[in-house]
Design a protein around this ligand. Structure first.
Ligand code: FUL
Length: 457
């Protein structure tokens, strides 16, 4: 028996909720930062901006959705209100909104336009509603502001169809009267749960965790089973390097399921600035972020800011399309579909061939306590391989601690990849190599590995 069995048995009881699982399966979706800042060329408005300056001349949410879909995205989250307090929908509770702007002569509703475009395009929709409001005079006055915020939340959660994410930003600065607000998070959460029970409450909320940076950096070992409190009374921070290793979990007094979301922008800023047209991230950088996040047990929330016309700039559109093509091409021909899979051992009921199909309905597992496994994939003839995809069945938690990939060279085996966590999905990329067979060695796992899918490309 291996050392950590008792701890591991506890940890594998922690699994995602249905909404968390559905959210993770979305993999890659868009963030849209759009407000008065787009017109003032700023990143943070101070709330004194005049609604008259908000005037997108060619706004077309179908263009956004189309570009997102070409990139392979499955949803879109819109900043309905950023820190400046300006609302992209005609909220009943403030004059600081689109209804006092020249856009559609005050009759516009961009939350509605975006929601409709998503529905039409078949992708999901979510909202960002900044709790920090630098315009609202009630900000910093406790319940009075919470009432205001909850009223706005209720408008967004009732009038725009089903939402997949309600994204709460943790930023909490001073309001117009120099005061800070203590947010009544529990009250906000209960509104989301009652009005949009399927939506994930993201970032400053229980369902989806901020990855800890806005640069697109990822952890080598990304755990979704994480410590939420330690025995000494302290709590971990989203920016900690280690959130879920066994060594850390030994010090935890409670643990939860929370997968990481990588939020980053296609440009240096979150909002559009013309001078950043030459700083749109390269295809190589974006591809790398995609593989490290979606292929590293995270979801990817990539921001694309519309310009003053209300459209994505041409360079961004082209970059998104190229990204989508690159991602798609990489998995266009699966080399393991007709290969023979064998496993060093199994639990007698879960055949190794189950991993050929990408579903949680079937899976491969070893016996309890057998925390290692070797899966051999033999091709009908030698093939040039460059990538392996491994997925755990998250209904059985996240278990794999480490693995290696080898390929057959002559009579021996050559190590081509070493990894730690797998989780929802691990995309292992390596230098293209010609081989007859691949071996995936699960070198350590909690209790026993439960794998839903393996594919070689
Ligand atoms: C931060 C904000 O201050 C930025 O403007 C942006 O919205 C980012 C996603 O979250 O907290």
């Amino acid at each position: 028996m291996y050392n950590n069995f008792e701890l591991d048995k506890k940890l594998i009881n922690i699994i995602p909720s249905e909404r968390q699982l559905e959210h993770q399966q979305m993999e890659f979706y868009a963030f849209i930062h759009f407000t008065v800042n787009t017109f003032t060329d700023k990143e943070w408005g101070d709330g004194t901006e005049k609604p008259e300056i908000f005037n997108p001349t060619e706004l077309d949410c179908d263009q956004w959705v189309d570009a997102c879909k070409k990139a392979g995205m499955t949803g879109l989250i819109l900043t309905a209100k950023h820190h400046d307090g300006f609302c992209l929908w005609p909220s009943k509770y403030t004059e600081h909104s689109i209804k006092n702007s020249p856009y559609k002569k005050g009759k516009g509703d961009i939350v509605q336009e975006a929601a409709k475009a998503c529905k039409k395009g078949g992708i999901k929709f979510g909202v960002y509603l900044s709790p920090w409001d630098r315009n609202c005079p009630l900000y910093g006055q406790g319940k009075a502001y919470d009432d205001y915020y909850c009223n706005q939340l209720t408008e967004l959660l009732t009038n725009y169809g089903e939402l997949f994410s309600v994204w709460f930003d943790g930023a909490c600065g001073e309001g117009p009267n120099g005061k800070k607000q203590e947010y009544d998070w529990d009250r906000y959460y209960s509104i989301v749960r009652s009005l949009q029970p399927n939506a994930c409450i993201s970032v400053s909320g229980p369902d989806v965790r901020w990855c800890g940076n806005e640069a697109g950096d990822t952890r080598e070992s990304e755990w979704s089973v994480i410590a939420s409190k330690f025995t000494d009374g302290t709590t971990p921070s989203d920016t900690d390097k280690d959130l879920g290793s066994r060594a850390l979990m030994l010090k935890a007094s409670s643990a939860i399921w929370q997968a990481a979301e990588v939020d980053t922008s296609i440009r240096p800023g979150w909002f559009y600035h013309r001078k950043e047209n030459i700083k749109v991230r390269s295809l190589k950088t974006l591809t790398d972020i995609y593989y490290r996040s979606v292929g590293g047990n995270c979801t990817l929330l990539l921001n694309i800011p519309p310009d003053t016309r209300g459209l994505f700039a041409d360079v961004d559109v082209k970059r998104l399309e190229a990204l989508g093509q690159t991602i798609k091409a990489a998995v266009s021909s699966c080399l393991s579909e007709d290969a023979v899979f064998t496993a060093s051992s199994d639990d007698g009921k879960n055949l190794i061939d189950n991993v050929k199909t990408d579903t949680y309905d079937t899976y491969f597992a070893t016996n309890e306590g057998e925390n290692t496994a070797t899966i051999t994939i033999t091709f009908p003839e030698s093939r040039k391989i460059r990538m392996a995809v491994i997925k755990e069945n998250l209904l059985f938690s996240q278990r794999i601690e480490s693995f290696t990939i080898e390929c057959q060279r002559g009579r021996g085996w050559k190590n081509i990849f070493e990894g730690t966590t797998v989780g929802y999905k691990r995309i292992a990329r390596f230098r293209p190599i010609l081989t007859n067979a691949v071996r995936i060695n699960i070198t350590d796992s909690r209790v026993n590995p439960v794998i839903s899918h393996i594919a070689i490309y």
